[in-house]
Structure formats: C-alpha cells, structure tokens
Design a protein around this ligand. Structure first.
Ligand code: ATP
Ligand code: MG
Length: 613
C-alpha cells in the first residue's frame, strides 16, 4: 500500500485551516484533535467524504488525531450493521493517506475519572496512534461512541441540576413545542421551571430508574425562554425512551439529545476543533453554554461550521438514500449507482479520486451545488493513471479474416498503460475470427465515417490493417458476419507498418476471449437537483443500469477485485463484488469454454462526459 506524504503540497487552505494555523501558532492546544461523528442510521455518502477528508486532512497536516466517533444517542433509528459499514468505509477512504491519524479507543473503554487542579474530571484516551494499525487487526481497539459516555453524561446532568441550571419538565412534547414560541414570538416559561433542586434530583433519578412512560417528562436546560435564538429556549437535554440500544442494551431508558451529548463527547475525548455543517450555527451558543456551565478543568473544544457538499444529479441524505433502498429502486446501499462510499467503491472508484475531489471543491460558508462533471473528471483523471488497458467488445459482431487459416495464432503486443514511465506490454492473439464493436461498422456510412465500411480499411489496434470485402446476412437481412482481408505487412515489424488509415478500432479474438457480464451505469437521477423535487423518487432515471454480455480479451480471466482497467475506447471497468471466485491457474490456461461462471464487470465511468452539451 502506498502511503502519501504526510503534508500535501500545496497544503489546502480555507477559513477553518486558517483558524487552526493561528491556534497552532499560539500553542493554544498541545495537539490538534478533530473527530468525524456519524450517526449510525445509514451508510456514508459522498457528502460525508468531504467531512472525513476535512477532519482527517487537518489532523494529518498538523500531526494531530481524528477520532471516529459514533454519535449513537438515538436508539430508535440506529443499527449495528450501520456501525460496521461506516467503520469499513472510513478506513477505506483514509487508507494509505491518514490511517496514522485515526483515533480509536481501547475496546470496551469508557472515560476514566481523574483529578485536575483538585476538580474531578473525565477523559478517554485513544490507543497509541503508532500502534493503531497493528492493533486494528487484533481488534483490541474500536471507534469511540457517544453511548459509552452515558454514565458521565448523566453525572454532568446531575451537576447542572444541582447548580439550578437544569430542571425536570412535565410538559408533553406538543406543549413543549408550543411553549417554545417561534423566531419572532418569545417563548413562555414552563410551569415546572421553578421546581426545587431536590425535587429535580428526585424526579431525574426516577426517570433513570424507569418509573415514567415515554414522553411524560424531560430534562431541560434552564436558559432563557425569551432568547432570540430558539435553541436557547430551555432546550431538552434528556428524554425518556423505553427502547433498547444496540450498544448499551436495556441499561438506559433515558437518552441524551444531540446538543447535550455532542459537546460533552468532544470534551471527554479532548477534541480541540469540532467541525460540523452550517445547520449547526444556531446550536453553537448552546454547545458553549453547556460546557461553560459545568466548570470543566481542561481546555474546551470549539465548534466551527462549513457548507455541506451538494452534488448534481445526486442525493446526499441518508434518509432519502434509505428510501431508494426500501422502495427497491436500487439493489441496496452498495448499489454501484448509489452515491454511498460503499456504492462508489463497488463501482470501482478509487478512494484517492474521492479524496482528491472533496478536497478540490474547497471549504466554504455558503451552500452551493457542485457539478457532477467535476467529480466524474476527478475519477477519470485518477483512473487514467492507474488503469491497465485491455481490449473488450461490448456489443460484438463477428469478423472473419479470410486470409488467416483457422487455428493459426498471430501474436501481437499490446501496451498495458501508456501513462507509466516504462510501459509494460502483454501478448494478445490475432486469429481468423475476431469480434469488433457493432458500432464500428456501418453498411451505409454517414459522411466522414472512418470506421469499417464496405470496401474500406481500418486498423485493428495492436494488430494490422484490414479491408472489408463482404457482408454476410441472415434470412431476415441482419448482418451476421463481416469478411475481411488482413494486411499482415502492416503489423509491427512488417514492411508496411507505416501505412496510415483514418480509423483504428478495438477487437478481441473470438477463440481467445471470455464472456463476461458487464453492467453499464448511467446517472441515477434525470435532474440536476433531485432533492429539490416534490417527490425525488419520480426523477429516478429508469435507464440507469444496462446489463450486457461482452467479449473480453482472455487475460482478463485473471482479474482481481483490486485491479482497475480501461477497456480501450469504452471506459474504466472493475470487477463487481458479485463476480464469481477467481479461477485457479489451471482453469485460466483452459480459457473461456471451461470457465465456471461469468465474471461480472462494472463500468466505473465512460471515457467522455456523455451528458455534456
Ligand atoms: P444525512 O442528512 O445524510 O443523514 P447527517 O448530517 O445527518 O447527514 P451525520 O451522520 O450526522 O449525518 O454526519 C456525520 C458528519 O458528516 C457530520 O459532521 C455532518 O455535518 C457531516 N456531513 C453530513 N452530510 C454532509 C455533506 N453533504 N457535506 C459535508 N459534510 C456532511
Ligand atoms: Mg446528523
């Protein structure tokens, strides 16, 4: 695995990195610690990649650390399967780039009690970053999770109650909402706001003990019901939920709300810069209020907000992506048409292309829509450097080279990747029967048609020039075979190798090829902003998947899932995870006919933007 240099050049620059650079310059913190805090209620998507690359990128550029933390405070929507997929996706995206910055905790650990300046404090230390990689496989470490702080969060709530900063409120959820008012109408104090500390402590303890049904009581911060910022109008800190949690089981029936859990989780982990998206700007005063009112002894984390990534022709919302899965408009979260990291990975998009793209779009304070062509071009650029060139024919038509005897094999030499400094080559077999792309032939050619036409000449790439002599048709008039003469003097090393023709086409030998299923993808949506539609499910592109059987050059039988290919003139391709197990060496030499099960390739992306006007 290649490891990229720790400090990229040029170093990305944006307003968040400027703030951090200033904090580093003044030694405000001993170490820069960020976090990526997904809620395990769906799979990660390309938008999350932006946040991951920002948080891990900052850690990487500052010799810091970025914790993967599950923000798992809502037991109703969260599942262990999502925890696993998110962990895999984050590791994949940062692999070879920022793994050395990944903050994990010792397995099963929760924050330890310590004393700082005579004050009790809780802190959860990560496993040593230097040993992290070797430990990952032995799995004595794991991602952080807010649910492992439930005990400490409860202790902090008791402190707020004792300080008169929080109270138990018996308003129903509906009344709580209506008492809160609206941005232009001040809220109204809850009748329970003046409860004594003793009564609050008693009720809160009994809430934890499970004495009260869902929705009957909540714990609220006592701030200001007339505050212009609605988030400061006595926000909820805890609510009753008699629901088991994927991590803590039946231990709790009282769960903290995001705003309360998040700032304290940041503090417990020693986060310095808590970076989130713009919708949390109004929550920031509450983030600061909670931390400030607990008299915490260590340096406090600070929240900074940036604009979400929105990508054309794409949905970046776990909730909406779940709808696509549930409505069976895609085959699952990792359908290669999905903008999920697992879908993009399965499609063959390298992590490096995603990192390059999300970094290149920059970090701003204004919402905007990034054109999907920008992403697609990043994928093409990356794959152009990585991909091995191969010959394949997607929609084959048979072509007979009448002057080559059956059974004869003429070995030709093909270049694997012209982008490499010293490109390697491989042998390919030219035989009497080959397949060419049916699109590369026209019986009645339009003007300036340089591919195969009656009486015309083209070059078969890496082989020789051929001339079309005869078109064979069946009883219905459909073309079944093209009969041509090969000019073998135009081969590499031949006396007429310099002879020029206007068209060069790709081909495979009909006897030295394998059949494969090829899945061709188009954009999943027909409109640039599906999320802006009344019903985004109605703008799903019904032609986003086409499945064909293609003819591939025989060497592709030994393709592995890690390989990236360019099928010349057709696009970039990679094996799908549904593809059958790799054949053994003996099966390989026996070639296509004995081959068990068809390989399945995904077209990652075409060579050109076919949507551009
Ligand atoms: P979704 O709407 O898809 O559920 P979310 O924000 O609710 O997204 P979280 O699991 O809470 O999902 O997100 C984890 C982190 O990723 C958060 O810090 C969030 O701000 C960030 N994030 C989510 N979507 C985007 C996006 N489109 N662009 C950049 N960052 C994002
Ligand atoms: Mg969220």
């Amino acid at each position: 695995m290649s490891v990229e240099p720790a400090i990229p050049s040029p170093v990305p620059s944006d307003f968040i990195r400027d703030i951090i650079a200033a904090d580093v310059a003044t030694n405000r913190y001993a170490k820069i610690v960020t976090r990526f805090p997904p809620e395990p209620n769906g799979y990660l998507h390309i938008g999350h990649a932006k946040s991951i690359c920002l948080n891990f990128g900052i850690a990487r550029e500052n010799h810091g650390q970025c914790n993967l933390r599950f923000d798992d405070t809502n037991p109703a929507k969260e599942e262990i399967a999502y925890v696993d997929s998110i962990t895999t996706d984050v590791q994949w995206l940062i692999s070879g780039w920022a793994d050395h910055c990944l903050g994990y905790k010792p397995k099963g650990a929760s924050p330890a009690l310590q004393t700082i300046d005579g004050k009790p404090d809780y802190f959860i230390a990560p496993v040593g970053l230097s040993t992290l990689n070797s430990q990952l496989s032995a799995s004595p470490s794991e991602p952080f999770s807010a649910s492992s702080y439930f005990d400490q969060l409860y202790e902090y709530a008791l402190i707020l109650i004792k300080k008169g900063k929080a109270y138990v409120c018996d308003l129903s959820p509906e009344d709580t909402d209506s008492y809160r008012g609206s941005p232009d109408k001040p809220g109204k104090d809850s009748p329970f706001r003046t409860r004594s500390v003793e009564e609050n402590l008693d009720l809160f303890t009994r809430m934890k003990a499970g004495e009260f049904p869902n929705g009957t009581r909540s714990l609220r911060a006592k701030i200001d019901m007339a505050a212009p910022n609605i988030w400061l109008r006595d926000p909820l800190l805890y609510r009753i939920r008699h629901t088991a949690h994927h991590h803590t089981g039946d231990k709790w029936c009282l769960y903290p709300l995001y705003d309360y859990a998040h700032c304290l989780s940041d503090y417990l982990e020693g986060i310095t810069h808590s970076i989130c998206t713009l919708e949390f700007v109004d929550h920031r005063p509450l983030y600061d209020w909670i931390l400030a009112n607990l008299d915490l002894p260590r340096a406090l984390p600070h929240q900074y907000e940036f604009a979400k990534l929105n990508l054309g022709y794409t949905i970046v919302s776990k909730r909406k992506l779940l709808q696509l899965v549930n409505e069976k408009l895609v085959t699952g979260w990792d359908d290669p048409r999905m903008p999920t990291l697992s879908g993009l990975r399965r499609r063959g998009i390298p992590a490096s292309a995603i990192r390059q793209f999300v970094t290149s779009v920059g970090v701003t304070k204004f919402d905007s829509l990034t054109e999907v062509a920008v992403f697609e071009n990043a994928v093409r650029t990356e794959l152009n450097g990585l991909a091995q060139r191969r010959l394949a024919v997607l929609k084959p038509i048979k072509l007979v080279l009448t002057n080559i005897p059956a059974g004869e094999i003429i070995e030709c030499t093909a270049t694997n990747n012209p982008q490499e400094e010293n490109p390697t080559t491989r042998p390919i077999a030219l035989t009497r029967e080959v397949f060419i792309e049916s699109d590369d032939f026209a019986e009645v050619p339009p003007p300036k048609y340089f591919r195969l036409k009656p009486g015309g000449e083209v070059r078969l790439k890496y082989a020789c020039i051929i001339k079309l002599d005869e078109i064979v048709k069946d009883a219905t008039g459909a073309v079944t075979e093209l009969r041509c003469t090969a000019d073998l003097t135009t081969r590499a090393g031949g006396i007429n190798v310099e002879k020029k023709v206007k068209g060069t086409i790709h081909w495979v030998s009909a006897t030295h090829c394998i059949d494969a299923e090829v899945r061709l993808y188009d954009r999943l949506f027909n409109v640039a902003e599906p999320a802006a539609e009344l019903d985004f499910l109605r703008v799903v592109n019904p032609k986003s998947l086409e499945v064909i059987t293609a003819k591939l050059e025989a060497s592709l039988a030994s393709a592995t899932p890690a390989d990236r290919f360019q099928f010349e003139r057709l696009g970039y391709f990679a094996l799908d995870k549904d593809s059958p197990l790799l054949p053994s060496a003996s099966q390989l030499s026996a070639l296509s006919s004995q081959f068990p099960g068809k390989l399945i390739f995904n077209r990652t992306i075409s060579l050109k933007d076919t949507w551009a006007k």
